[in-house]
Structure formats: structure tokens, C-alpha cells
Design a binder for this molecule. Structure first.
Ligand code: ADP
Ligand code: MG
Length: 926
């Protein structure tokens, strides 16, 4: 059982409607004055409206509940007069016997809805009611006319009251509370009302709950729980709304359920009255039925402006609930209590028993007379029924009377009560409110759903990004590989074509020569043959034959001569062809060179992206170019032949492995002879010799070359030669040799830095600068040579080379600086170095800062590393801050795509107190 407080406490008045209706006690004066049903004069219109009202109600909406007043609707509600029907009980057995000779004291005119009360034998008074039920009126008709319109209002969300008033024994309980278990037709209003309610509501969504109470001597008892014998009335100070929080409230699910509650209530009522030594006719029985319904949305929800689905719009609309309350009141008998106390009551008791009923009469009088003061607060009954009379409820009253002339006085007073009640005007108000609690529950649910959905989508999105990222990286790698493959294929194709064309021309030449030789042999054989013929025939014939032969011979000779001329012409032509083939070869060679240049350019671009492979790429490229041109020395071990080979690369057989050919050359010719060619008079020979040496320097022969004085010779070439090509190739060779630590020391010892610096200062070709920078960059990576390298101008030379702006050169410069910075930071860490970085001393910092975010990754990467290394030594910090390097470090620590460098940068930043102080000063959080 739910606590009654839940139902009453959350009672249903909306927007202060109830409060305004309470105030309407005063205002209702005006409403009542315009109400026409006063006494007999307006009887027909009043009574007809009762019936037609019920019919009309079934067809129309609650807003049309205008009743006889024509539905003048104001903002506060619709007028609804209290409807009153009179019901006459049939004569009972006693009356049939005792009053057999007397006429009834009333005469009914149901068709006119009038009642005539006999004054005496010759005079009657006539009263009009909303309905007049004779003793033959069925329970069903009484329900349909009196209660059904009220029940329907309750189902629509209004409050409703059905009340019976009359002398004890006139049929109040029969009309309202009869269960009709033996005879269905005898069922009273309570049973029928609940049947209609349960038939109309939806048991899933809506709810019906009841309380059943007895009011006796100003005490409210709970008929559903007798231990609750003093329930107090609570009034909401804001709305004036009345509730009984202490009353038991039982949810009703079916009719049987309800009947049991009524039986239980009746039993408790009987027991209570026995205990109090009273009769049920002295107490009021009050049944309260609370109907809570959800309003079904009829209007389709408009889609929201931004086009989002209507689902969300619907979600934010609080459901509307309507809470109608039906109160059925079986009043105590209206007869006067004998004030003499003959019934066993003291006078005080008698006053108290009558208090509620007489207070009700006073309130109705006041309302009927439009009195300014309605004494609602005088009794518990009037407080409970404040909404039923002069309030917002639809109210129907049945007054019950008996036929006996012996009770004419009581009958008369009952009729007068009914007449006055008919003048009471209520303002019906819909008890509708928004169910914010259920909206909040629904929104919470939806929110949780959305949060979960969002989380799922976020995860899917992250996965997708990761997948796309991986895919694109794979595609980039694939494209790189394809590109390299295509490049290599192209190179091999051209080489092959070139070799094949040479072979073809040679074959043609040999073929022509052979043909020529064969033709000459044929001619001499014919001569011999003719001589033999002459010696074997007779004289006469001989002459003729000889003549013939001579002629023949002459013809043959001529033919042979022609043939010879032909051959000569052919020979000439083939010589011409040979010449054109040679020029063709030259053209092809040029094409090949163009192609190779183009390839170099593309490889340069790849090199920018792949900084780590830059130096190796250069070596391989240089070696390939050398081999393309020098080829391999076949069988010759002659020095001139080598020179010829070096000078005529087109004759070399480059189909053999390049390495094998160089090794062969080295083996056959001897290193010393090759090195001696470096000093040859012929500039071409010198250049090619340098290329061969450079090639060898890239092989595993470095030590032998150095031992044979090759390094010295290469350095000498830098010193003595003016030829840029020689400078370029020699520097390349030195760069190769400079990869080895021992060689680095030798290069330094032989003044290599100064020579490289001078070469750099004079060079214009970016490739030469690239070689020189590469060589110095290698030297920069030697821990032992730091000071010397710097004092001989190595750093300045590196920085000088940035003038050319070629990205390959810049990448080498950056590599050199990074190498140098790395060695320095190593030395600092070991305590071998204490002062400022020599790079800073030599003013490298501005260039470093300027290129720290160079778009070429090969440059940027080295510079980033250099900055990290510089930052690790506190003595550099000040210069770095003033030179703007701190910003770059911060950027690297945040944005660098390589995690190891990011970590290095962060470590550098956090290990330096100077940096930290500066970052704090700039309010940068680190
Ligand atoms: P009340 O509640 O007003 O004191 P009851 O309902 O107890 O009166 O009625 C008294 C008696 O009269 C009961 O026995 C009841 O069955 C009977 N009675 C009342 N009204 C009718 C009626 N319209 N038809 C038949 N019997 C009736
Ligand atoms: Mg009764």
C-alpha cells in the first residue's frame, strides 16, 4: 500500500489554478448571479440541461463543458453548476402497512422534472430539479444520469464529486454503495463508476488508486486500515490544495480487487461503529478515486529547424499527465438528532455529530446566496469538500427522500437543501501537469545511450585514422620502391641498347669485308678453269671455241669488273654507313648522358628525403658514372691501352660486373701505374685516372691506395689543378677515404682541411661543393680532430659553402655541424671540453637557427640533432637563448616527427637551469 501522501502531496493543480478557484469563493458571486436555475421558474431549462449535458459531454471535448450557461470560457476554467437529482424510495414493508390509508407526501412529475410536496390536503409546493427519479427508477439509469458525466470528466482530468444527501433509510447507501453481488441490476454508483474507469484507462500507462474513509465526530478514520483512526487534513498553503497524507492509498487493478476493498471498508465501518456504540447513519463515508493518465500526443512532432531528427525533439518534451479525482460521499443521515440525548448521546456529542453536516448546509447556503463569507473551515467535511462546492470539480448531488407523510418535515428540509445546492456554481479546471520526473529519467537514459554511442564512434574513428595512416605510409614506401626500380630498369635498358647497336655495326663491317674477299676468289677460279679448257680441243674448233671463249671471257671479265665496281661502291657506302653509325653512337652517348643527368637530379630529390642515405647515394652514383665511362680493361696490360680505355669508354665491356672490372683493372695494371697517371700530361687522362682512383677509394682498396701515396696524390691534385672536374672527383675520392678514422687523421696531417677550404672557396659547381662539404662533414665526426679542424678553418669553410644554396650542399653542411656538435657534447660530458661550443665561436648559430625548420628533411634533421647536442652543455645556453635557438628547441620537443629527437630535445630543455629559468620568465609551461 502506498502512502497516501504520495498521491495527495503531489496533487494536481497546475499554475495555481486551485488557488484562484479558492479565491473564486468571493468571485463566484458574479458567476452565480448569472445562473438561471432558481427555483421553479427556471425548472424546465435547468432540468433539461442536466440530461442533455450528459449526452453532449460524450460527444464533445471537456472544453465544451459549458452546461446551461453556454460555455463562456475564461482563462480560469468553465462554469459548471452543481447538478441535483431527487430520488424517491419505494414504500418499505412498514410504510406499506402503516401508511396504507394515507397518500404519499410527495407527487413526482418526472417528465417535467418537478416534485410536488403536499402542504396539506388542498395545497402543494412545486420544486424543479435537474432530474427527478421515481421509485421505479433503475440503478442503471440513476448512474447514467447522475454519475456518468462526472466519471467521464474525471477520466478527462477534472475533479468530480457524487454525493447523496437525505434522511436515514431513504436510500443513500443503496444509491451509492450497493455492491449488487446477488443482483447485477442493483449495483450502485461506486461499483459502476469503477467499472467505467477501469474500462477506459490503459492499465500499462495509467493508474487508479483509492482511499476509503469515514468521518465521525470530526475524526477521520481509515476504512482500509482501522488502526489509522485519526487522519489529519493537510492544506497546501500555496495552492490551497487539500490532501490526506495519512490515508491508505490502494492501487486498483481490476473490478474484483475494488469490490474486495469496498467489502473490507464496509466491514471496518461496521466494526468501528460498534466500538463507538453508534450507527453508520451518523457517519459520513468518503471514497476517493485518483485517476492518473498520460496524455497521448496527437500532433506529430515538428522536425527541428536544423533538420535533426524529430526523435530528439520528442525526447525533450515532458509528458503531460492528467490527474482527476472522483470523490463519492455517502453523507450521514440528515435528520435532526434528538438533542434530549434520547439516543444515548450527550448534547455535546449531538452537536459534534451534526457539526460537519450543518457546516455543509451553511456553506451551501452561503454559496447559494453569494455570501461574501463561505465558512469552509468550520468543519472537516467542508474542508474536504471545498473543491466540490464552489471549487473546480464537477459535482452531482442526489437527494433521497421517502414517501411517508410522517417524515414530511425531514423531506421538506432535504428538498430545500437540494434547491440551494442547485445554485452553487463551480469553475471546472483541468488538472494537467508536466511529468518532469519521467522526462528527466528518459533524458538520463538517452544521455547514457549517447555517451556510449559517442565512445564507440570515437574508437571507430581513431581506428580508421590509424588504418589510413598505415595505408598511406605503405603506399609511399611502395611508390618509392617502384620509382627506384623504374629508374634502374631505364638505365639498364639504355646501356643494353647502346651495346647492341655497337655490336650490330661491327658485325656488318665484318660481313662486308668477308663478302668482298669471297668475290675476289671466285674471279681467279674462273680464269684457271678457262685455261684448262683451251688445251683439250682440236685446232679448228679450237679457234672458234677460243673465239667463243674469248667472247665469253670478255663478258665474264666485264661482269667481274662491274661486280668489282659494285663492291667498291658498296664498300664506300658501308664506310659512309660506318661514319653515320659513329655519329649515331655519339648521339646515343649524349642521350645516355642526358638520361644519367636526369637520373642524378631525381636521385638528388630522393636524397633530400632520405638524409641518412645521402652520402652512400653519392658514392654509388659517382662509382656508377665512373664505370659507365671507364669500362673494364679487357686483356690489355699495357699502360697506353689503359689510357685508351679510360679515354674511350664506349669500347669497354660494361656488361661484366662493375666491381669485377675495377678489381681486374687494379690487378692487371697495378696501383702505382694508375696513381702515376694522376700526373699525366694529358688533362683527359688525368681526369679519368682520378675517376678510377675515386672508384677504387670506394672499394675495399682504401688502405692500399693510402699506402701507395694515393691520398697524397689526390690532395696534390686539389692543390695543383685548376680543373673543376678534377677538383670535384678528387674531393669525392677524399670524401670516400675520409670515412675511415685513420685516413681522417692523415688527411688532417697533410693539410687536407686547408686544401678543402681553398677548393670550396674557389668552386662554383654545387657538385664540387657537395663533395668538399661531404669530406669536411666526415672529418667533423672525429673526436680527436675537433680543435684542429676548427683552427684550420673547417667550420668557416663549411659555413662558407652555404652561399650556393643547393639543398645537397646544405645537407652536407648540416651533417658536418651535427657531427661536430655531437663530438663536442661527448667531450663536454667527459669533461674534456669546458668552454663555449666552437660552432658558436665560429658564428654558426644564426645559420643553424635559420635552418632548424628547413623544409628539406635531410637538412632539418641534422640541424635538430645539432641543436639538441648544443643544448646539452650549459655554457651554450645563454647564446642559444639570445640567438633564438630556445624557441626552435621547444618546437622540436613538441613537433619533431621523430620521437627520439623529441625526447632528446625535452631532456636538453629540462636539464638546463638557464633554459628553465627563461621558460618560466616567458610563462611557458615545461
Ligand atoms: P440510507 O443509507 O439512506 O440510510 P439505505 O440505503 O440503507 O438508506 O436504505 C434503507 C433501506 O431501503 C434498505 O433496506 C434499502 O435496501 C432500501 N431501499 C432504499 N432505496 C431503495 C430503492 N430505490 N429501491 C428499493 N429499495 C430501496
Ligand atoms: Mg446509509
Amino acid at each position: 500500500m502506498a502512502a497516501a501522501g504520495a498521491a495527495f502531496g503531489s496533487n494536481t493543480y497546475r499554475n495555481g489554478a486551485h488557488r484562484s478557484s479558492v479565491k473564486a469563493d468571493g468571485k463566484s458571486l458574479a458567476a452565480n448571479q448569472s445562473f438561471k436555475s432558481s427555483s421553479s421558474a427556471s425548472s424546465s431549462s435547468a432540468s433539461s440541461s442536466f440530461k442533455s449535458r450528459s449526452l453532449q459531454f460524450r460527444k464533445s471535448s471537456p472544453a465544451a463543458l459549458g452546461g446551461a450557461n453556454g460555455a463562456a470560457k475564461d482563462g480560469g476554467g468553465v462554469p459548471g453548476r452543481v447538478r441535483v437529482a431527487v430520488r424517491l424510495r419505494p414504500r418499505n414493508a412498514e410504510e406499506l402497512a402503516a401508511d396504507a390509508d394515507f397518500a404519499d407526501c410527495v407527487e413526482l412529475q418526472p417528465e417535467l422534472k418537478r416534485l410536488k410536496l403536499r402542504k396539506n390536503n388542498w395545497d402543494t409546493d412545486t420544486y424543479a430539479f435537474d432530474e427527478v427519479f421515481t421509485e421505479f427508477a433503475s440503478q442503471k439509469r440513476v448512474y447514467e444520469v447522475v454519475a456518468k458525466p462526472v466519471v467521464e470528466s474525471v477520466l478527462e482530468g477534472y475533479n468530480g464529486t457524487v454525493m447523496a444527501y437525505g434522511q436515514t433509510g431513504t436510500g443513500k447507501t443503496y444509491t451509492l454503495g450497493k455492491l449488487g453481488e446477488e443482483d447485477t441490476a442493483a449495483r450502485g454508483i461506486m461499483v459502476r463508476a469503477m467499472e467505467d474507469i477501469l474500462g477506459d484507462i490503459s492499465l500499462e500507462a495509467d493508474s487508479v488508486s483509492v482511499s476509503y474513509l469515514q468521518l465521525y465526530m470530526e475524526t477521520i478514520q481509515d476504512l482500509l486500515n482501522p488502526s489509522n483512526d485519526n487522519i489529519s487534513i493537510v492544506e497546501d498553503p500555496k495552492t490551497g490544495d487539500v490532501s490526506l497524507p495519512g490515508a491508505t492509498l490502494v492501487e486498483v487493478r481490476d473490478q474484483q480487487n475494488f469490490l474486495e476493498l469496498l467489502r473490507l471498508g464496509e466491514a471496518h465501518r461496521f466494526a468501528a461503529n460498534t466500538k463507538l456504540n453508534t450507527e453508520s447513519s451518523r457517519s459520513h463515508a468518503i471514497l476517493m478515486v485518483n485517476v492518473k493518465r498520460y496524455v497521448k500526443e496527437k500532433d506529430p512532432v515538428l522536425p527541428m529547424e536544423n533538420g535533426s531528427n524529430s526523435h530528439s525533439a520528442k525526447t525533450f518534451k515532458a509528458p503531460i499527465i492528467r490527474k482527476g479525482k472522483l470523490v463519492v460521499v455517502d453523507l450521514a443521515g440528515s435528520e435532526r438528532i434528538d438533542k434530549s440525548g434520547s439516543e444515548g448521546h450527550t448534547l455535546e456529542e449531538a452537536k459534534s455529530i451534526n457539526l460537519s453536516l450543518s457546516a455543509l448546509g451553511k456553506c451551501i447556503n452561503a454559496l447559494a446566496e453569494n455570501s461574501a463569507h463561505v465558512p469552509v473551515r468550520d468543519s472537516k467535511l467542508t474542508r474536504l469538500l471545498r473543491d466540490s462546492f464552489g471549487g473546480t470539480a464537477r459535482t452531482s448531488l442526489v437527494i433521497t427522500i421517502g414517501p411517508s407523510p410522517r417524515h414530511r418535515g425531514e423531506t421538506m428540509s432535504t428538498i430545500m437543501f437540494g434547491q440551494r445546492a442547485m445554485k452553487v456554481e463551480n469553475m471546472l479546471k483541468l488538472k494537467e501537469e508536466f511529468d518532469y520526473k519521467s522526462l528527466s529519467r528518459r533524458l538520463e537514459l538517452q544521455l547514457d545511450k549517447l555517451i556510449a554511442e559517442h565512445e564507440r564512434q570515437q574508437k571507430a574513428f581513431d581506428d580508421e585514422i590509424e588504418r589510413i595512416h598505415a595505408e598511406s605510409e605503405m603506399q609511399i614506401a611502395e611508390t618509392d620502391r617502384k620509382y627506384a626500380d623504374a629508374l634502374e630498369k631505364e638505365r639498364i635498358k639504355y646501356q643494353k641498347e647502346y651495346m647492341e647497336s655497337i655490336k650490330k655495326i661491327e658485325e656488318q663491317l665484318v660481313g662486308d669485308q668477308q663478302k668482298h674477299d669471297n668475290d675476289s676468289a671466285t674471279v681467279s677460279h674462273n680464269d684457271y678453269y678457262s685455261n684448262g679448257e683451251v688445251s683439250s680441243i682440236s685446232a679448228l674448233d679450237e679457234v672458234a671455241d677460243l673465239k667463243k671463249l674469248l667472247e665469253k671471257e670478255t663478258i665474264l671479265k666485264k661482269a667481274a669488273e662491274e661486280e668489282l665496281t659494285n663492291h667498291k661502291r658498296q664498300l664506300y657506302q658501308s664506310k659512309l654507313m660506318e661514319a653515320s653509325a659513329t655519329s649515331e653512337i655519339l648521339k646515343l652517348r649524349k642521350l645516355l648522358e642526358d638520361e644519367s643527368r636526369q637520373k642524378q637530379k631525381l636521385e638528388g630529390e630522393i636524397a633530400i628525403l632520405q638524409s641518412q642515405l645521402l652520402q652512400l647515394s653519392f658514392d654509388a652514383d659517382e662509382r656508377r658514372r665512373q664505370l659507365d665511362r671507364t669500362g673494364s680493361g679487357n686483356d690489355s696490360n699495357d699502360l697506353d691501352c689503359l689510357t685508351a680505355q679510360v679515354k674511350n669508354p664506349q669500347l669497354s665491356d660494361s656488361e661484366n660486373g662493375e666491381k669485377a672490372s675495377v678489381a681486374k683493372l687494379f690487378e692487371q695494371v697495378g696501383l702505382h701505374k694508375i696513381l702515376s697517371l694522376l700526373e699525366a700530361d694529358d688533362a683527359d687522362v688525368r681526369i679519368h685516372a682520378v675517376k678510377v682512383v675515386a672508384n677504387l677509394a670506394a672499394e675495399a682498396n682504401q688502405q692500399k691506395i693510402v699506402e701507395a701515396g694515393g691520398l697524397m696524390s689526390l690532395l696534390n691534385l686539389l692543390r695543383s689543378s685548376d680543373d673543376e672536374t678534377i677538383h670535384r672527383v678528387a674531393a669525392g675520392a677524399i670524401a670516400n677515404l675520409a670515412m675511415n678514422e685513420t685516413n681522417q687523421e692523415l688527411i688532417m696531417a697533410q693539410g687536407g682541411i686547408r686544401l678543402l677550404s681553398t677548393t670550396a672557396a674557389n668552386a662554383g659547381d654545387p657538385q664540387t661543393l657537395r663533395m668538399v662539404a661531404g669530406a669536411i662533414a666526415n672529418l667533423c665526426g672525429n673526436d680527436k680532430l675537433q680543435t684542429m679542424l676548427r683552427s684550420e678553418g673547417g667550420i668557416k669553410a663549411l659555413l662558407g659553402m652555404v652561399r650556393c644554396g643547393h639543398p645537397d650542399v646544405l645537407a652536407q653542411v648540416a651533417r658536418g655541424i651535427a657531427n661536430f656538435a655531437k663530438c663536442e657534447s661527448r667531450a663536454s660530458a667527459q669533461g674534456a671540453k669546458t668552454g663555449r661550443s666552437l660552432l658558436i665561436e665560429d658564428s654558426a648559430l644564426p645559420w643553424i637557427v635559420q635552418n632548424a625548420n628547413n623544409e628539406a628533411s635531410a637538412i632539418r634533421r641534422h640541424i635538430e640533432l645539432a641543436l639538441c647536442h648544443l643544448a646539452q652543455h650549459e655554457v651554450n645556453a645563454k647564446d642559444m637563448i639570445s640567438g633564438g635557438a630556445l624557441w626552435e628547441l621547444v618546437r622540436i620537443s613538441r613537433d619533431c616527427s621523430r620521437e627520439d629527437i623529441r625526447t632528446l630535445a625535452r631532456r636538453s630543455l629540462s636539464s638546463s637551469s638557464t633554459f628553465k629559468a627563461e621558460l618560466r620568465r616567458l610563462r611557458m609551461d615545461y
